[in-house]
Each structure stands twice: as structure tokens, then as C-alpha cells.
Write a protein that binds this ligand. Structure first.
Ligand code: ARG
Length: 491
């Protein structure tokens, strides 16, 4: 369990032990209404608590409470002076957290109670007015949405950084070639920039998806109270506006029991991870002796504790490996929500660790990949350009050559297949056959065949829209670079 804002997991563990020894706790007994005579069983108190991980929401909880306090004054439920005291008290908690002196423990149960308790300790009776017309149910929903909205904006920056790193590499390799594969078998040669731009496109769709998620994250549940709304004359529009939400939930039940935005985020994050993982897998293969397409720099590679010659691609391997966690959180969230009756159920407390970890994992992996492409690897240009010379990946082009001279494609395809077989038997490549041999195979072959078979010509010839032809790739790169230098938003 990670508890970020100053509270060490050890401390929490120690307090569990203390509580176990002490039997009935003062904390929980002090929280609930006088309906409760006994405190929680110490193990259950620890089991029930979310303070070990939801302290992450502290800033958002304070922001939400400040907006709520101001709203209560604006509708006359509390006085302006009381609202001022509440805001000041909440800012004091913020300062205490910054200095490390705000140290809630298990007995506080969660961040919402921890803040409220501290406020009451600071302000006395006025502190007890903050929770008027509000429940932890709408409060936690508000906090979580604020938290995710802010982080989505940061993640978009990180994705742009990775796109930028790929674009810089693509720009450097406008004329470098790389074998293109299908079924991991050599298929047709490609322009390396084209290969890298494919990932830039994927990441762009990821950014669009996250922007779309943001729209539905940015709706305010505050004021739904426990589930049914409140007789207190609150102004939901006011709090929503102050917190930067674009709208309020229309239905109070929906507002407090909806976690679909967590699912949507995890789904979008899962796709980010799918893309990163595929790129990572390529880098791992490229860095192998067998491919030898990239050289890893010391900044982003590790050695072996035993084998002195080794240089390992740990960074892309970790990215590939961490992908499973994000998929797992998506699955966990879907399963957690699926059978829940309306409205709030404590099951929802389980959303946090999933959401926090899905976010942190995704963001860290995006950043790691950005660093990898910024300074962690070099493409081995000579080896790449040589690699495309050593195979039959120009075979389609022989067929296309015949097609351009009136031979039906299927006939040309059969003929070239037979030539490839012959070459394999003789241990040579297509370019090693001389013109007389070609002419014997088909009279349409002319002296220009050899030039047409050169990989650079093969790549250049693929001028169809979206193809790998160098000029086409230049156009695409230009479009991306313009967009990036203007740093226009998605859409
Ligand atoms: N810690 C709780 C959560 O994360 C806050 C909401 C508690 N609401 C309740 N009715 N017990 O979901």
C-alpha cells in the first residue's frame, strides 16, 4: 500500500498493531452518530480504511470542500464569516500537509474524515458545519473526477513528448530503410520514418480517446448528497463552476454510483499500453544481435550481473511487462461495478487503487518510452540499409513490373514465385539473375528491371496515398512537424 503524502506505510502498519493491542478504538467510535455504542474491531477498522491510499486525493478534497463552503455561504446556509473560517481552516490543513505535520492514521478511515476531523480540531463548532448538504458519496466522486481531470492533462503532455521524440527520429531517418514484415517474415522494404510515424498516428488516436474520456470525467456529482439530493438549498451550478466542471450530473443516483469514467480511462490507458508494448517489443527485437537495427545507449540500458558482455533492453521490457497491470485494472473495475445495485456501495472504494495505479503505470511508461527515443537508442543506418538488400522483399515489385507491361497480376505472381524458388535453389537473390535469364522467363522483361528492383527504388515507387514512398513520407512528416511546432491541441 502506498500512501504518498507523508504517511509511510510502516506508520500505518504500526498503528494497526497498536489498535490490535488496544482493542476498542477511540477513532471509529468518535466518527459515527450516537447510534454506535462500540468502536470497530481493530482488524475491521484497518480493513475498512482507505486512508492508506486515498490521501492521494487530499488536494482535490480540499478544493472541493472550499467550493462547497463558499457555496453554503452564497445561499445563506452559513454566514460569510463562517465560510471564511472554513476556507482558512482548509488552507491550514493544506499547509500542514505540505510541511508534513498533517499525519492522519487508520482511525481517520479516509481522507474525507481526516480533513473534517482536523478542521473541527482547528476551528471548533464552525468546522462541524462544513458537511451540511453533502455526503462522502458525492464528495469522493467529486474528488476522484478532479484528480483524474488534472492528470489527464498531464498525460496528454507526456504523450505529446513521446510523439515529439518519434518525430525527431523520423525526421533524422527520412531516407533510411528498414525491412517491413508481415507474420514476422520479410515482406517489403520500408522507409524507417514511415514505420515510426505509424506509432505517432496510434498515439494521436490515444490522445483523442483520452480527450473524449475527459469530457465525461468533467461532470460534477457534488450536491447529489448521499443518493437522493438534499433539502438544504444548495447551488450545484455554483460549485460545479468554481471547480471547473462543464456540467452537473442530472440524476443524483447516477451521480454517486457511476464509475464508468474510471472504466473508460482504464480502457483508453490500456490502448496506450498496447501501443507502447508493441513499440517496446520492436525495440527489444531490434536491439538483438539477430536484428541489430538499434544500438542502446548506456543511459537506458542495463548490464548483467554475470555476463560482462551483456547490454539489456530493460526499459522496453518493463513497459511491455507493465501492460498487464493496466489491463488487469480495467478488468477489475468492470467486475467490481457489474452487479452493484444503485446507489453507493462500499465496493466503490476499490476504484481508487485501480485508477491510481493504472494512471501512474501508464504515465511512467509513456515517459520512459519518450526518454528511450530521445536519448536511449540509435538506429544503425548502414545495417538497416544493408538489411533490405539481403532478401526477396522486392519480389512483389517484379510482379508489378510485369503488370505495368500488360501481364495480368495473377500470372505475374505465379511466375515470380517460380523465379524465387529457382533463386533459393541456386542460393542467389533476384538481382543476381541476368537479363537473358529474365527474358527467357518472360519477354516483357527489359534492361530497366534491375534498377526497378533496387530496394531504394522499390520504396520510392510506393507513392500511393499513405504509402511508404519517400516523397509521401516527407509530406506526412511535414504535416506532423508543422502541427507540433504550432503545438495545436488534438482535434
Ligand atoms: N472512502 C470511501 C470511498 O472511497 C468514501 C465514501 C464512503 N461512503 C460511505 N457511504 N461509506 O468510497
Amino acid at each position: 500500500r502506498v500512501c504518498r503524502d507523508g504517511q509511510s506505510p510502516d506508520k500505518l502498519r504500526k498503528s494497526t498493531d497498536e489498535l490490535m493491542a488496544g482493542g476498542v478504538t477511540g477513532g471509529a467510535a468518535g466518527t459515527w452518530s450516537d447510534r454506535f455504542e462500540q468502536g470497530l474491531h481493530p482488524f475491521i477498522e484497518a480493513f475498512n480504511a482507505s486512508i492508506g491510499f486515498d490521501l492521494t486525493l487530499l488536494q482535490e478534497d480540499l478544493d472541493g470542500s472550499i467550493a462547497h463552503a463558499r457555496m453554503l455561504a452564497s445561499v445563506g446556509v452559513i454566514t460569510e464569516a463562517e465560510a471564511e473560517q472554513l476556507v482558512e481552516g482548509l488552507e491550514t490543513v493544506r499547509a500542514e500537509a505540505a510541511s508534513g505535520s498533517f499525519q492522519p492514521g487508520l482511525a481517520d478511515e479516509d481522507v474525507h474524515f481526516a480533513v473534517e476531523r482536523r478542521l473541527i480540531a482547528l476551528l471548533g463548532p464552525v468546522g462541524k458545519k462544513l458537511h451540511t448538504g453533502r455526503s462522502r458519496n458525492d464528495q469522493v466522486g467529486t474528488d476522484l473526477r478532479l484528480w483524474l481531470r488534472r492528470r489527464l492533462d498531464g498525460l496528454d503532455q507526456d504523450l505529446q513528448r513521446l510523439q515529439g521524440a518519434l518525430l525527431t527520429q523520423a525526421d533524422r531517418h527520412r531516407r533510411t530503410m528498414i525491412p517491413g514484415y508481415t507474420h514476422l517474415q520479410r515482406a517489403q522494404p520500408l522507409c524507417l520514418a514511415h514505420h515510426l510515424l505509424a506509432y505517432v498516428e496510434m498515439l494521436e488516436r490515444d490522445r483523442e480517446r483520452l480527450q473524449d474520456v475527459r469530457k465525461r470525467v468533467n461532470i460534477c456529482p457534488l450536491g447529489a448528497a448521499a443518493l437522493a439530493g438534499t433539502p438544504v438549498p444548495i447551488d450545484r451550478q455554483r460549485t460545479a463552476k468554481e471547480l471547473g466542471f462543464s456540467a452537473v450530473y442530472a440524476n443524483s443516483l447516477d451521480a454517486v454510483s457511476d464509475r464508468d469514467f474510471c472504466v473508460e480511462f482504464s480502457a483508453a490507458a490500456s490502448l496506450v499500453m498496447v501501443h507502447l508494448s508493441r513499440l517496446a517489443e520492436e525495440v527489444i527485437a531490434w536491439a538483438s544481435e539477430e536484428f541489430g537495427f538499434v544500438r542502446l545507449s548506456d543511459r537506458c540500458a542495463t548490464g548483467s550481473s554475470l555476463m560482462p558482455q551483456k547490454k539489456n533492453p530493460d526499459v522496453p521490457e518493463l513497459v511491455r511487462g507493465k501492460t498487464g497491470r493496466v489491463f488487469g485494472h480495467l478488468q477489475g473495475l468492470l467486475t467490481m461495478i457489474k452487479g452493484l445495485p444503485l446507489a453507493y456501495n462500499k465496493d466503490f472504494q476499490e476504484d481508487k487503487e485501480a485508477l491510481f495505479d493504472a494512471f501512474r503505470t501508464t504515465r511512467d511508461c509513456v515517459e520512459a518510452m519518450a526518454i528511450l527515443f530521445e536519448e536511449g537508442l540509435d538506429f544503425r543506418v548502414e545495417r538497416l540499409n544493408e538489411a533490405v538488400e539481403q532478401d526477396f522483399s522486392n519480389a512483389t515489385d517484379v510482379a508489378d513490373y510485369l503488370v505495368s507491361r500488360g501481364v495480368p497480376f495473377r500470372e505475374a505472381y505465379q511466375l515470380v514465385g517460380a523465379v524465387v524458388r529457382r533463386c533459393l535453389e541456386q542460393g542467389c537473390l533476384l538481382r543476381d539473375l541476368d537479363l537473358s535469364a529474365w527474358k527467357e522467363l518472360h519477354p516483357a522483361f527489359e534492361a530497366d528491371l534491375h534498377d526497378a528492383l533496387a530496394p531504394r527504388a522499390v520504396v520510392a515507387a510506393r507513392r500511393s496515398e499513405g504509402g511508404t514512398g519517400f516523397e509521401r513520407v516527407d509530406e506526412q512528416l511535414q504535416r506532423w512537424l508543422q502541427r507540433f511546432n504550432g503545438t495545436q491541441p488534438v482535434g
